[in-house]
Design a protein around this ligand. Structure first.
Ligand SMILES: C[S@@+](CC[C@H](N)C(=O)[O-])C[C@H]1O[C@@H](n2cnc3c(N)ncnc32)[C@H](O)[C@@H]1O
Length: 182
């Protein structure tokens, strides 16, 4: 769980980076929103942005005003410029997580910000004391295989939807097998 201030710092950075790539955020979707820090930040600091937040939990929806949706079963009618999905996919089994990634791709016009712990993170990064361990843990390879069908990975959790029109310099994203020149 990240604090409101931590999310505000991250959201400012992502918003500014997308502006740098000339991909202004006019709409955003927060998936598995929980307390809804991302959507609250957008509603407060960029009230002109169309914001939708969803969560599967009836309690979170009643408490924080999200729409009740299951991302493994639902995709919006229209895509959003920015989609965020933080700490959600580890609650889904492999089949549901793969379906959720397809739905996240359908929901994204430009950029997805994704955070989900992998085997590596569980072993080396997360504090086990303060982390929910009753989750489905997969490899980074598994996530990259599914995400790479729809997105280019720019690093730091950001994935740019292929075909979005965002022009990245070669070294702004991870190496692609298509360029094997030395
Ligand atoms: C660990 S919390 C993270 C909440 C928030 N994203 C954050 O970073 O503070 C996981 C959230 O994902 C929601 N969630 C789990 N499975 C979901 C699904 N299939 N569709 C939508 N939300 C889901 C849970 O209800 C919960 O609010």
């Amino acid at each position: 769980m990240h604090s409101k201030t931590e999310v505000a710092n991250l959201a400012s950075a992502v918003h500014a980076l997308l502006a740098w790539w000339q991909a202004p955020v006019r709409s955003m979707l927060e998936v598995g929103a929980g307390r809804g820090h991302w959507s609250s930040w957008y509603r407060k600091t960029h009230p002109q942005v169309k914001v939708v937040s969803i969560d599967i939990s009836a309690h979170a929806c009643a408490e924080y005003g999200h729409e009740q949706r299951d991302i493994s079963q639902w995709r919006p009618r229209y895509p959003f410029d920015l989609v965020t999905c933080v700490g959600v996919l580890q609650y889904l089994d492999d089949t549901a997580a793969a379906r959720a990634i397809k739905n996240l791709a359908a929901a994204t016009r430009t950029a997805l910000y994704l955070e989900v712990p992998t085997h590596f993170d569980m072993a080396h990064v997360v504090e086990r004391k303060s982390t929910d361990l009753d989750v489905y843990v997969r490899s980074g390879v598994w996530y990259r295989k599914h995400l790479a069908k729809h997105f280019d990975e720019t690093g730091a959790g950001l994935w740019i939807r292929r075909g979005s029109g965002v022009m990245l310099y070669e070294l702004e994203h991870h190496a692609k097998p298509r360029d094997r020149r030395r």
